[in-house]
Design a binder for this molecule. Structure first.
Ligand SMILES: [Zn+2]
Ligand SMILES: [Zn+2]
Length: 173
């Protein structure tokens, strides 16, 4: 008679309400935090990829298949540094936060981060369909446009204008 038991969240151990990432048991609270952490990483990685690259060279970049092949490893390149700086930032913010709801957010974020430290493959999983534009195949390292619209940050492909990702208030960390 009883409903089948809910899967437990791999990160916080609470019952998972819905499956937010395909094939992964991550609850909605942890998912929201994860999206913030990944948005932060995504923006950092693609922005560092774009630095000092004049616009007229973009077409040359996307024509290079060698570039495409290296994108997978480029995604993982800054992971250790990102884990470290994010943890520092979270601990700092937590120590100065008085609002209970914000404290709770930082505590969850630390849990998610701890899990990420032991599961770094998640970065690869998360970005596997994002580092290239799903529509035209251009590498987003060299071809993206970042726009802020109200509370949203929108990443789109500079080659075909396809919206690749929308993030809600990712500066929350
Ligand atoms: Zn959870
Ligand atoms: Zn595109």
């Amino acid at each position: 008679m009883a409903n089948p038991p809910l899967q437990k969240c791999d990160i916080c151990g609470e019952p998972q309400d819905t499956q937010n990432y395909e094939g992964k048991n991550i609850c909605t609270i942890c998912y929201d935090v994860m999206e913030d952490i990944m948005a932060d990483y995504f923006l950092k990685v693609i922005e560092s990829g774009n630095r000092n690259r004049p616009e007229h060279l973009y077409v040359k970049y996307i024509e290079s298949n060698i570039k495409f092949m290296s994108d997978k490893s480029r995604i993982m390149e800054k992971v250790p540094q990102h884990l470290k700086t994010t943890e520092k930032r979270l601990l700092f913010n937590l120590s100065y936060e008085n609002l209970t709801s914000r404290k709770r957010f930082y505590e969850y974020a630390l849990k998610v981060l701890e899990w990420l430290k032991n599961n770094q493959w998640f970065y690869k999983y998360y970005f596997k369909n994002i580092y290239r534009c799903p529509k035209c195949g251009a590498s987003l390292f060299d071809n993206y446009v970042k726009e802020t619209k109200g509370e949203w940050v929108i990443i789109s492909c500079a080659v075909c204008n396809n919206v690749v990702r929308k993030y809600y208030k990712p500066e929350i960390l």
